[in-house]
Write a new protein. Structure first.
Length: 135
């Protein structure tokens, strides 16, 4: 379908640009997912963002949060934009070799946890991803 073709084209463009590895380390909803963990304390545990290669994402702000945000992501150069479905929140990040760097300008921020300009989400180590998946 046209939607699937668009998703594949977005993924191909992202993979052509992004530093390695953006995908391929996750154990979350897809074996191809990329999981990033907030460098600071989340809402009672790890705050994670999972980017799936189909152009969707989900975030979980920590163990004390019952809310799981989800939506779509898109790339424009090295700018990653997350568009959340439930509340329409939009958040921007710069992609670096170390992970995602939050860009406050033009961002709505998250549901419970406020992330500051320049805060980072670092690529999750495999043992962190496994722990998140079993929680």
């Amino acid at each position: 379908t046209e939607g699937q073709t668009d998703a594949v084209e977005k993924l191909e463009a992202l993979l052509a640009w992004c530093p390695e590895p953006l995908f391929g380390t996750g154990t979350s909803s897809s074996a191809e997912a990329a999981v990033y963990v907030y460098e600071k304390e989340g809402f009672g545990g790890n705050f994670t963002i999972t980017l799936d290669p189909d152009g969707t994402f989900q975030y979980y702000e920590g163990y004390l949060s019952s809310y799981i945000g989800f939506g779509t992501w898109e790339m424009d150069g090295n700018l990653l934009t997350l568009r959340e479905h439930d509340y329409g929140l939009v958040n921007h990040f710069t992609i670096t070799p170390e992970g995602l760097v939050f860009q406050a300008e033009g961002s709505d921020n998250f549901f419970y946890k406020e992330v500051a300009e320049g805060d980072r989400f670092l690529e999750a180590a495999p043992e962190t991803e496994a722990a998140e998946a079993s929680a």
